[in-house]
Design a protein around this ligand. Structure first.
Ligand SMILES: Nc1ncnc2c1ncn2[C@@H]1O[C@H](COP(=O)(O)OP(=O)(O)OP(=O)(O)O)[C@@H](O)[C@H]1O
Ligand SMILES: [Mg+2]
Length: 245
């Protein structure tokens, strides 16, 4: 993906001192027994795209769910809008957190317009993000391509004007052109002030829109740095992808 597509280098960076919108402090989380992710420190600020990379099973989805309030922390804290919170997802959602889970959440039997309405989303706002959906508004979502369905999902999430977007593998199984389209829309929203935490498999594409990168391995942060540092240390980032022992 061409670097300039996402506008990197043209936008002004958020001040490093700006308080994070969303943060994990020593966060451990899992599913009943031992934690799956341990002692994570992650911060996401307004206007920033933070990308979470890592091999299958590393704990990326678990991290996202714990940050969103869908999974209670086993240790540590999540801070939302400056305060420690234990609020569940639906309450964080009401105060501006938008979670786009891995499974595409469009309702296949409804039209695109109906899907947007169900998500309490003004179609005009969705079309401002993805004008190419205009000709499909009255088609059933089940008849759209995977990429178009994901545009509906993302448009719906962005049209609610969230403070933070947490998205899990937006680009899963999609063609590179569509991945570029989706990630460019995410970058544009961040440039407008959205705080973004993205779990991605498309490492190269993700790096073109990222400000900060974390690599998770065995449930721990194996590498963290700026996107520029990740580009300059590709070997270190890639080594975190070696098969889990
Ligand atoms: N609901 C669950 N109950 C029990 N264990 C789970 C559950 N969900 C995930 N796990 C386990 O937690 C670990 C991390 O899973 P997670 O889905 O967070 O990884 P991931 O990095 O998102 O992987 P992938 O790249 O495959 O999406 C795995 O060992 C997985 O089997
Ligand atoms: Mg996952």
């Amino acid at each position: 993906m061409a670097r300039q597509l996402a506008g990197r280098g043209r936008r002004s960076r958020p001040a490093a001192a700006a308080p994070p919108v969303l943060a994990a402090h020593g966060l451990s989380a899992g599913y009943g027994g031992a934690p799956v992710v341990r002692r994570l420190d992650i911060q996401v600020r307004a206007g920033e795209v933070v990308v979470l990379l890592g091999p299958n099973g590393a704990g990326k989805t678990t991290t996202l769910l714990a940050l969103a309030g869908a999974l209670a922390p086993q240790a540590g804290e999540v801070h939302w809008a400056g305060s420690a919170t234990a609020a569940p997802l639906h309450r964080r959602a009401r105060s501006g957190l938008s979670l786009v889970p891995e499974d595409r959440s469009v309702i296949m039997s409804l039209t695109v317009r109906e899907n947007l309405r169900v998500g309490r989303c003004d179609p005009a706002l969705a079309l401002a993000t993805f004008p190419e959906l205009a000709e499909h508004l009255d088609r059933r979502a089940g008849l759209l391509s995977g990429g178009q369905q994901q545009m509906v999902t993302l448009a719906r999430a962005l049209a609610r004007r969230p403070t933070a977007l947490l998205a899990d593998e937006l680009s899963l199984g999609l063609a590179p052109q569509i991945v570029t389209r989706l990630l460019t829309a995410v970058r544009a929203a961040a440039d407008e002030g959205l705080a973004v935490l993205l779990v991605e498999q498309h490492v190269r594409s993700a790096l073109t829109i990222a400000d900060h990168v974390h690599v998770l391995r065995h449930g721990r942060l194996a590498w963290s740095g700026t996107a520029a540092e990740a580009e300059a240390n590709r070997d270190a980032v890639a080594s975190a992808y070696l098969p889990l022992a």
